[in-house]
Design a protein around this ligand. Structure first.
Ligand code: DAH
Length: 337
């Protein structure tokens, strides 16, 4: 019986020393109710009274030794697990980080901000107006009565008979003049809508930037100086501007304004389509009817106004040949700016 106990002890110790998990199973097998050691103790009845205490003591020693080995082993395994985890989860602070991808302004926004800053530098303020507008502001107050042919050139989205999506930023001129008396110096960038089919140069939604200056003694030369300063800051110091006669119902006289091509300097190239000049805006002296519609006396005050297409200016300065690129949000395009 002593031998059996020694064997059990040796076997348990050997198993424990090589165990790397699940020592609970070993404990049950040796020390559990149906375990090997328990079986031996049950057989003690067959021993002589002299042998019994000796074997009993040995059995207790064996049990104590196995228990101690189990405790020891489980401590060891726990430590090992912790160390393994520490090694596995070690942070190498010298590893290069994962840099988050940085977004940036859309090219249209960037161009708009650049244009705004140029005008702010000349003392202009920024005015806003609604995109859902009354016919009155979009047309009538601007001297474009019903049945006026100018309405045909701007295919307008109507919501009701007298409410529409503004087809130009010019109605902001009227809204500003209604609320603010001269001196007025504002620009107003924003979205405009026309029911045009989408193609390389047209979009039913696009952006304009309106400008308006009203004060005593404002003349056409103020308009020219302002636009020349803008063009040189926007397209380069050697840029020239060119006025040609035009017609807008809300300005008199009216002009179409071109800038000399900043790529070829006026010789003619792909960007200016061989012209040497690029048309960027419409402008003129605010029509006396428009001033009086807004409660400003045209005998005392005069003003100039202009309106340019933001896409137009941006496409020109970045040499982009398809307006749809602005709205498709294709990263391959956007990443280039
Ligand atoms: N509203 C015109 C357009 O959409 C642009 C324009 C022309 C604005 C002359 C003006 C202006 O303020 O004076 O084509």
């Amino acid at each position: 019986m002593k031998e059996t106990l020694e064997k059990i002890k040796a076997a348990a110790m050997a198993e424990l020393s090589s165990a790397d998990a699940d020592i609970e199973q070993i404990r049950v097998r040796y020390l559990g109710k149906k375990g090997e050691l328990t079986a031996v103790l049950r057989g003690m009845g067959q021993l002589t009274p002299e042998e019994r205490p000796v074997v009993g003591q040995l059995a207790n020693e064996v049990r104590a030794a196995i228990e101690a080995a189990i405790t020891e082993k489980s401590k060891e395994l726990k430590e090992k697990a912790l160390n393994d985890r520490l090694v596995r989860e070690r942070l190498d602070v010298t590893m290069p980080g994962k840099a988050p991808r940085m977004g940036h302004q859309h090219p249209l926004t960037a161009a708009q901000r650049e244009m705004e800053n140029i005008f702010i530098g000349m003392g202009f303020e920024i005015a806003e107006g609604p995109e859902v507008e009354y016919d009155y502001y979009n047309f009538q107050a601007l001297n474009i009565p019903e049945n006026h042919p100018a309405r045909d050139t701007q295919d307008t989205f109507y919501i009701t008979d007298n409410i529409l999506l503004r087809s130009q930023t010019s109605p902001v001129q009227v809204r500003v003049m209604e609320h603010k008396k001269p001196p007025i110096r504002v620009i107003s960038p924003g979205r405009v809508y026309r029911s045009d089919a989408l193609d390389a140069t047209h979009s039913p939604l696009f952006h304009q930037m309106e400008g308006l200056v009203v004060d005593k003694g404002i003349t056409m030369s103020d308009l020219k100086g302002t636009l020349e300063t803008f063009a040189r800051k926007m397209f380069g110091e050697s840029t020239e501007i060119r006025f040609s006669p035009h017609h807008f119902p809300y300005t008199e006289p009216s002009a179409e304004v071109d800038v000399s091509c900043f790529v070829c300097g006026g010789k003619g190239c792909r960007v200016c389509k061989g012209e040497g000049w690029i048309e960027i805006l419409g402008a003129g002296m605010v029509h006396p009817f428009v001033l009086s519609n807004c409660g400003i006396d045209p005998e005392v005050y005069s003003g100039f106004a202009f309106g340019m297409g933001l896409e137009r200016v941006t496409m020109t300065s970045y040499v982009i040949d398809d307006i749809r690129l602005f709205y498709e949000n294709d990263e391959r395009f956007l990443k280039q700016f």
